[in-house]
Ligand binder design. Structure first.
Ligand SMILES: C[S@@+](CC[C@H](N)C(=O)[O-])C[C@H]1O[C@@H](n2cnc3c(N)ncnc32)[C@H](O)[C@@H]1O
Length: 265
């Protein structure tokens, strides 16, 4: 059963996992050093628990205790309790749906294991925006894609913002980060995947015209700024575009994944 610990001192060192929540660089450094991620909001804290992830601690105002009682009862971790105002002072922002939990990161999955078990994969090249990464996991979970591959520089799916936007789908959709990005088209091919590069190239096939969906499909999308690299555009089996109205440059990357997953599901 979680130990309920009432905390008055904002400088209490036990709150270290909850500081500077708005500072992405500090958070990434702290979380990778301590092997944790942050679950935010009652539902996400519960889903982390249901996924079997181990809480290192909880932080919440008293009014969230009852709703999470079963989760707290199942954990040995301390639950720090403070007023809503003090939680806001510690974290640096207003915590939507009040509860937070520092959770131990699961061991990274093996890329070959993830691919061997999947039929539909979304592949993310160098996405920088955690909101986009989270939204793509949610889309994948909702529309029947069963894994996500991340390039070495792609934003962290366990970063608080991504976890929150995904509403916990980062816990349920298997994913792995690839080391050899250049070799990933060949890796997907060895696993029997046909790769669709999502691109704005003029000579790409319209999504409506791609025909029968292959047995194993990898949908590859590029970074928010530069888009998909030449290497992926050349190495993919099919280059696919979502036709847009004249004068529009591109769709948001998560939106493009949603449209494609819906069409190909
Ligand atoms: C914001 S876009 C990048 C725009 C970039 N200037 C470019 O030329 O690709 C990010 C990614 O979303 C996907 N995307 C966005 N709109 C798309 C569309 N209409 N058709 C296919 N893919 C699209 C592509 O994978 C793209 O690399």
């Amino acid at each position: 059963m979680a130990r309920i610990v009432h905390v008055d001192d904002l400088d209490d060192p036990r709150l270290a996992d909850y500081l500077h929540l708005r500072d992405v660089q500090m958070r990434l450094a702290h979380e990778s050093e301590h092997g944790i991620y942050l679950a935010e909001g009652e539902k996400v804290v519960r889903r982390a628990h249901e996924a079997g992830h181990e809480a290192a601690s909880f932080l919440m105002a008293p009014r969230w205790l009852d709703g999470l009682r079963d989760v707290l009862d199942a954990s040995d971790a301390p639950c720090f309790v403070m007023s809503e105002k003090d939680v806001e002072r510690v974290t640096g922002f207003h915590v939507h749906r009040g509860a937070l939990s520092a959770v131990r990161r699961p061991a990274p999955a093996d890329v070959d294991d993830v691919l061997a078990a999947a039929r539909r994969v979304v592949v993310l090249e160098d996405l920088v925006d955690h909101t986009n990464v989270g939204a793509i996991f949610r889309v994948a979970a909702a529309l029947g894609f069963d894994a996500v591959l991340l390039s070495p520089r792609c934003a962290d799916p366990f970063y608080r913002r991504a976890v929150k936007v995904a509403m916990g789908a980062v816990f349920s959709v298997p994913h792995a980060r690839v080391d050899d990005w250049y070799g990933t088209p060949a890796l997907l091919s060895r696993h029997g995947f046909t790769t669709y590069a999502m691109t704005l190239a003029d000579d790409a096939v319209s999504l409506e015209d791609v025909g029968d969906v292959p047995e194993r499909l990898a949908l590859v999308v590029g970074s928010e700024g530069p888009g998909l690299t030449e290497h992926w555009q050349r190495s993919s089996d099919v280059r696919v575009t979502i036709p847009m109205a004249a004068g529009i440059d591109s769709l948001n990357v998560a939106t493009s994944v949603a449209v494609a997953c819906w069409h190909l599901r």
